[in-house]
Design a protein around this ligand. Structure first.
Ligand SMILES: Nc1ncnc2c1ncn2[C@@H]1O[C@H](COP(=O)(O)OP(=O)(O)OP(=O)(O)O)[C@@H](O)[C@H]1O
Length: 654
């Protein structure tokens, strides 16, 4: 049927026995052997296919017998009623009413009895009512469906009937047009035929008339193996919709039952097809080959990311949910009993056995409302989990914060302890929440302050542990000491801090050369044009003060690594000030007592305006002097310790 097989692929009876019955498979495979027709009898052809029992099929070749096992085996003497009963078609009908997608399709060699099995004799629709014995599966399924649905109530039946001819979909229930219909696919809904006619029915007789009209529209041709050979695949789909049971819409289902009459595989030399039929034959065989590939892929593939080539033909697109989808599928392999048909018969039997190993998952197509309810329930479960997780995190957080949240309220005389629990639940936007946040902030600030407090003695100790001063440093420190004496002695009283943002130091210029009345608006760090002394740099370098917040740290002051003059130059670079202060100019900053007066004045201004916080370096007390920082002189300006987000005045208290 599908494709030629190599000799290695031929089955023997042992293999088939081992493959045996797989009860858990969702694809049921039945084999039906048709009786010899009149033409074959005339040719005195012999039957080579036998049915020893209901599940085994024996193929007798010259010198070799093969035994095949299937779910159901039906011989030439079995009637249409036997097919309906033995293949458990009633079960499929019942599942369709419960919301499953079920499919029955017949496949096999041309002239093997597919159309006979699915619809009955060719004249069944055209020549008036026939006896029940000749009815095919379509009429029997429809009768059973109507019977089941009439007893249950609240069930609606709709049907579509189409033919895939030369890879074009034709609507067999629409008599006026022959326009091919498009097949659209989506991830959620699978493949659908666009603008396909849906007919709602509640009586089998009424719908049978419509089917008869559609059957007449099917393309048939005559060739050597069949007088009325179908040239396309016909698919009848009955949609079974059960209405909602409760007020909330629960229990609504939408199942379907598809009955597929495939065109038969054929060999041109056997059928004797002429040129005009060759295209049809090619399309039929191509789509059947794709069907065989899909079956093989479904059997071999493992896991969810398997690729099944459904898109390679319209037939496999429309059968995708039957083969790999959600319902139960019954495949009826129709075979001819003659020896001349044996190669095709073996191919059909091989792929029938292969298809039995497909295990699609069963799942009912519930109604939209039911899907919505189940998705909402899933969402509720997720939210419950998330809520639980958040509660656990919150409680562990509160446990961790408990010792830090004890706050002493100052000013009341007696200490009062307050914890976060006492502050109440921390709802966003509530007063208790802001209180709790405030407590948390205060706790963090307290930690920071404690850390600063702890670090101060460490720095002091490390400073004390430094080695003895080098001789050059001693000389430099003597110079610095002399300068500091000048700072503290001149001017006798520092001028009051200016409120204006404009920095107007008393004079960065040497007062020896420039009287106090002459104060040009220059930048504070600009060195004196006469003595080349830089007041700001000198101030920072000699007093051990650093500017925090407004200015970055000043590593250039480390006299262990660089000479002081070079460090000052680097500072100028870092702060974007004048950096062209050559070392020879800076070298002349030593021992210029006249210039120190402006340094004191500028310190005043910078402390009040530019430098928001001036922090004393860790004290190098106890008789030792750090190499890069002389002892801190008494300063007339206030001190502030700046920590991120909090300013504490009177830093010496810390
Ligand atoms: N089980 C059967 N009992 C009696 N006659 C049968 C049986 N199966 C098939 N036939 C007859 O064999 C002939 C061919 O059958 P049918 O047209 O159903 O074959 P087919 O597989 O549909 O062929 P094609 O693929 O070419 O359409 C028909 O005349 C049909 O009546």
């Amino acid at each position: 049927m599908f494709q030629r097989r190599s000799k290695r692929q031929t089955f023997d009876s042992k293999k088939m026995k081992n493959n045996g019955r797989q009860k858990e498979s969702n694809v049921m495979v039945a084999v039906r052997v048709r009786p010899l027709n009149e033409a074959e009898k005339e040719k005195r052809e012999q039957s080579v296919v036998f049915c020893p029992d209901k599940h085994n099929l024996q193929v007798s070749q010259v010198g070799r017998d093969r035994l095949f096992s299937f779910d159901t085996v039906l011989g030439p003497n079995n009637s249409q009623e036997d097919v309906f009963e033995a293949c458990q078609v009633k079960r499929l009908v019942a599942m369709a009413t419960q919301g499953y997608s079920c499919t029955v399709f017949a496949f096999g060699q041309t002239g093997s009895g597919k159309t006979y099995t699915i619809t009955g004799p060719h004249s069944v629709f055209q020549e008036g009512p026939h006896g029940l014995q000749s009815h095919g599966l379509i009429q029997r399924c429809l009768s059973h469906l109507v019977q089941v649905c009439s007893t249950g109530g609240g069930v609606s039946l709709q049907a579509s009937y189409l033919e895939i001819y030369n890879e074009q979909v034709q609507d067999l229930l629409e008599p006026r047009t022959h326009c091919p219909l498009a097949v659209r696919g989506s991830r959620t809904r699978g493949f659908r035929v666009e603008n396909l006619t849906l007919v709602e029915f509640c009586s089998v007789d009424d719908f049978t008339k419509l089917l008869g009209e559609g059957q007449r529209k099917r393309r048939t041709s005559s060739h050597l193996q069949n007088e009325r050979s179908s040239r396309g695949h016909a698919i009848l789909t009955v949609y079974v919709t059960t209405q909602a049971v409760g007020v909330d819409g629960g229990g609504a289902t939408k199942g379907k039952l598809s009955l597929v009459d495939l065109a038969g595989s054929e060999r041109v030399k056997d059928t004797g097809c002429k040129a005009e039929l060759l295209e049809e034959t090619g399309n039929i065989n191509r789509s059947l080959l794709t069907l065989g590939k899909c079956i093989a892929a479904l059997v071999d593939a493992k896991g969810r990311d398997r690729h099944i080539p459904y898109r390679d033909s319209k037939l496999t697109k429309l059968l995708s949910d039957s083969l790999g989808g959600t319902g139960l599928t019954l495949m009826i392999a129709c075979v001819s009993p003659t020896a001349s048909s044996l190669p095709e018969t073996l191919n059909t039997l091989y792929y029938s056995s292969q298809a039995r190993r497909i295990r699609p998952r069963l799942s009912a197509n519930r109604g939209q409302r039911e899907k919505l309810v189940s998705s909402l329930q899933r969402e509720i479960r997720l939210l419950h989990k998330e809520n639980l997780l958040l509660r656990q995190r919150l409680s562990s957080f509160l446990e961790a914060q408990r010792p830090d949240l004890e706050v002493k309220h100052a000013g009341s005389g007696s200490s009062e302890t307050m914890t976060l629990e006492e502050a109440g639940p921390t709802r966003p936007g509530s007063a208790s929440c802001s209180e709790a946040c405030l407590l948390q902030e205060l706790s963090q600030e307290k930690d920071k302050l404690q850390q600063v407090k702890v670090e101060l003695p460490d720095n002091q100790e490390s400073s004390n542990q430094q080695g003895e001063l080098q001789p050059e440093e001693s000389i430099q420190l003597l110079d610095t000491l002399q300068n500091l004496k000048s700072v503290t002695s001149y001017p006798p009283t520092p001028p009051p801090p200016r409120a204006s943002a404009h920095i107007r130091p008393s004079s960065p210029y040497c007062t020896h050369h420039h009287p106090p009345s002459f104060m040009p608006p220059i930048r504070p760090a600009e060195p004196c044009s006469h003595c080349h002394w830089c007041p700001l740099l000198y101030c920072i370098g000699t007093t051990g003060y650093s500017l925090q917040g407004a200015l970055p740290p000043l590593p250039g002051l480390n006299a262990d690594r660089v000479p002081r003059e070079c460090a000052r130059t680097r500072m100028g670079d870092r702060h974007g000030w004048e950096s062209d202060l050559g070392s020879e100019r800076l070298g002349r900053t030593k021992a210029q007592p006249e210039c120190v007066s402006s340094a004191g004045a500028f310190q005043e201004n910078s402390s009040s305006q530019q430098a928001k916080a001036v922090v004393p370096r860790p004290p190098r007390s106890q008789g030792r002097v750090a190499p890069s920082a002389p002892p801190l002189p008494k300063q007339p300006f206030p001190l502030q310790l700046v920590v991120p987000g909090k300013t504490v005045e009177h830093a010496e208290a810390v």
